[in-house]
Design a binder for this molecule. Structure first.
Ligand SMILES: C[S@@+](CC[C@H](N)C(=O)[O-])C[C@H]1O[C@@H](n2cnc3c(N)ncnc32)[C@H](O)[C@@H]1O
Length: 252
């Protein structure tokens, strides 16, 4: 596989993303976000799912009664999300936008960005801008909740995964390398999809940056947030040196 033949991240995989995510407990994730809201004694009605992908979480929030907007920079992912919203009549509004250039003429009680989406912003200045844009799109009592893969996850190669069962409808092999000097993790992803009697092969290169907790906190405070709290993923415990995913809760 060569880098030049690989698709832009999430463009080729978009039609198969939900197949890839079929065992992901999105409902449980939504309940975790609601637990965090309760923990900080805040409530939400209007939610922005930032880097929403194919809208799996957006749909669940909408079907639970929240007003939801989803934003993602990938047109192919948004196309899938819109298709689902049309079928479910969930009413979610989707926009193709980059989180670092977020410009919606409305504010939200809650902005949520899950599944290490913001690690994909590999330029620290753009990451900081994404924090500022999130702040600007929150109501005066709004919260920004997101998770990030940690450097521990990259060093311990948690991105090296494969599903090569011959009968699986979607097979894949991912290999990562982490460069400590740039803090960049590059993942070469190979996919094989069965379509009738034929099999389609494609590749994507994904790049994520490891942001330290200190730098994220600094960027959130610089953006204007009044409080920043962190948790070991899916718990109310503080992160440890071995946390592979950390949740951030930033309060306006
Ligand atoms: C791992 S997927 C997660 C999608 C969704 N949050 C979920 O939980 O299924 C990461 C998503 O982030 C999007 N993304 C990456 N960088 C982005 C950016 N700068 N602005 C907006 N979306 C971005 C990708 O297009 C992709 O859909």
């Amino acid at each position: 596989m060569t880098g030049s033949s690989a698709s832009e991240a999430f463009e080729a995989i978009a039609p198969y993303y939900d197949l890839l995510m079929q065992s992901i407990p999105y409902l449980w994730w939504m309940h975790y976000v609601e637990t965090l809201l309760e923990h900080f004694d805040r409530s939400a009605h209007k939610v922005l799912d930032l880097c929403c992908g194919t809208g799996n979480l957006s749909e669940l929030f909408a079907l639970s009664g929240y007003e939801v907007v989803g934003v993602d920079k990938s047109p192919a992912m948004i196309e899938q999300a819109r298709r689902k919203a049309e079928a479910s009549r969930s009413g979610v509004r989707y926009y193709v936008q980059d989180a670092a250039e977020l410009a919606l003429n409305e504010t939200f009680d809650l902005i949520v960005s899950l599944f290490d989406s913001l690690n994909y912003i590999t330029e620290p200045s753009r990451f900081a801008e994404a924090m500022r844009r999130a702040y600007q799109h929150l109501t005066s009592t709004g919260l920004f909740i997101f998770d990030l893969n940690t450097e521990y996850a990259f060093v311990h190669k948690l991105f090296d995964q494969s599903q090569l069962e011959p009968k699986a409808p979607l097979r894949y092999r991912w290999r990562s390398r982490y460069d400590k000097s740039t803090r960049l993790c590059t993942v070469e992803m190979e996919f094989w999809v069965r379509e009738g009697n034929t099999e389609r092969y494609f590749t994507e290169i994904h790049r994520q940056r490891a942001y330290s907790e200190a730098e994220v906190r600094q960027m959130l405070y610089a953006a204007g947030f009044a409080e920043v709290h962190t948790f070991d993923a899916y718990t109310l415990d503080p992160p440890t040196r071995r946390s592979d995913r950390v949740f951030y809760v930033a309060l306006r």
